[in-house]
Design a binder for this molecule. Structure first.
Ligand SMILES: NC(=O)c1ccc[n+]([C@@H]2O[C@H](COP(=O)([O-])OP(=O)(O)OC[C@H]3O[C@@H](n4cnc5c(N)ncnc54)[C@H](O)[C@@H]3O)[C@@H](O)[C@H]2O)c1
Ligand SMILES: [Zn+2]
Length: 362
């Protein structure tokens, strides 16, 4: 129950989901790293102050030589400059090809440290210790690493799978509530694309989730990781199936772009994106009004966005959608729900349909 496997042949790895999981991190890493090896814990000050001592103690107890490397806190620092800083520190510390990187933090740390691990001496072992809900259910699993540059988000990166993912649900106790809710948006996404039961669980267990009940959180994290792990096992490099994970993201990314990434957290934009894309599905007669209502209610139950300020120009949003990385030859690609738990990929939606659907209030 507390552990899952991402099946990728000899690159398969385990995801361990437990309250207090950090305490056994060292022991777990000793099963695939040599005794006395060097480990760099990459983190930011916010997270390291909270969990750094625990992580370091667990690793040292297992016989590793540990050093820590800090990056600045925030999406704006997810860039090549910080990667270079991390790499330099890794060289200073004398990491070799048998050493490892532990990424301790949210998606920003995970993506950046993962990228650094993937290119240091052509790649050394990487372990993800995600500490935000979003990183626990999404970014720590699946092997996408990278940073942003002037041309856009995540434009530079690699596919590089971790050797182990250690999810300690207790770390969510210190996560700001807004970040927790943003992470829930991705969990709602898994419910809509694959799992009506998860969708119902979210509906019935709002109070438990908000009060950090470890059993409820472990359940939604486990279920989400299982869905992502299965999809990644079948389509590691997003040749097809993995695209369904982009539900809510075409519209969501457009909202992030138009508001210059400062107004909304990623999960908040995705929540609105899921509702917007469900409205498009209704306009295309793929989804019932009743299912749309259920999606809207659940998003609102978690105090996430279903509407955006009137001064945001819908036409600019649609324009931004057509610049999405996932856009092929001008056609905007959407993952559209056909029921709770089922989606379909469509590339034939006209801009007028999108404009109309997004202009509708309901
Ligand atoms: N690689 C992928 O497949 C993938 C998927 C989704 C998102 N991402 C990336 O993930 C990033 C977003 O990640 P995020 O939402 O985790 O944001 P984040 O990493 O910026 O973390 C959010 C904030 O919470 C703080 N924090 C983290 N853990 C905490 C804890 N336990 N207690 C208190 N504070 C804590 C962080 O310091 C930060 O200030 C984006 O860069 C996005 O591109 C990657
Ligand atoms: Zn996302």
């Amino acid at each position: 129950m507390n552990s899952l496997k991402v099946e990728l042949g000899e690159r398969s790895y385990e995801i361990s989901i437990e309250s207090g999981a950090i305490a056994s991190l060292g022991e777990r890493m000793a099963s695939f790293l040599g005794f006395n090896e060097k480990i760099a814990v990459v983190s930011n000050k916010t997270v390291f102050d909270l969990y750094g001592a625990r992580v370091t103690a667990s690793l040292e107890k297992a016989g590793f030589e540990v050093s820590s490397i800090f990056i600045h806190d925030g999406e704006v620092f997810k860039d090549l400059k910080q990667v270079e800083h991390v790499l330099n520190e890794m060289f200073n510390f004398g990491l070799d090809r048998k050493s490892a990187v532990v990424a301790l933090g949210g998606g920003v740390v995970g993506d950046l440290a993962g990228f650094a691990a993937s290119i240091y001496m052509r790649g050394i072992a990487l372990v993800q210790v995600p500490t935000t809900l979003l990183s626990q259910v999404d970014s720590s699993v699946g092997g996408k690493t990278g940073v942003n540059n002037g041309f856009g988000k995540n434009m530079i990166g690699t596919f590089y799978q971790p050797r182990f993912v250690c999810i300690d649900v207790d770390t969510l106790k210190t996560l700001p509530e807004r970040e927790l809710r943003a992470g829930i948006a991705e969990v709602i996404k898994y419910g809509i694309i694959e799992d009506a039961e998860l969708f119902r669980f979210l509906k019935d267990n709002r109070r438990e989730i908000h009060s950090h009940d470890a059993a409820a959180l472990s359940h939604i994290i486990h279920t989400s990781c299982k869905i992502k792990a299965d999809i990644v096992s079948k389509d590691e490099r997003e040749a097809g199936l993995r695209e369904i994970l982009n539900y809510g993201h075409t519209a969501g990314h457009a909202l992030e772009t138009v508001t210059e990434y400062i107004e909304y957290l990623h999960g908040e934009a995705v929540a609105w994106g899921m509702y917007a894309e469900a409205k498009i599905a209704v306009a295309m007669k793929l989804l019932s009004d009743a299912a749309l209502r259920e999606i809207k209610d659940l998003i609102e139950d978690y105090r996430l966005l279903v509407s955006i300020p009137k001064d945001i120009d819908i036409r600019r949003l649609v324009e931004a959608m057509s610049y999405d990385k996932k856009t092929v030859a001008g056609a905007i690609k959407f993952v559209l729900p056909t029921a709770i738990g089922r989606v379909e990929i469509r590339k034939d939606i006209g801009k007028d349909v999108i404009l109309n659907a997004l202009s509708k209030e309901t």
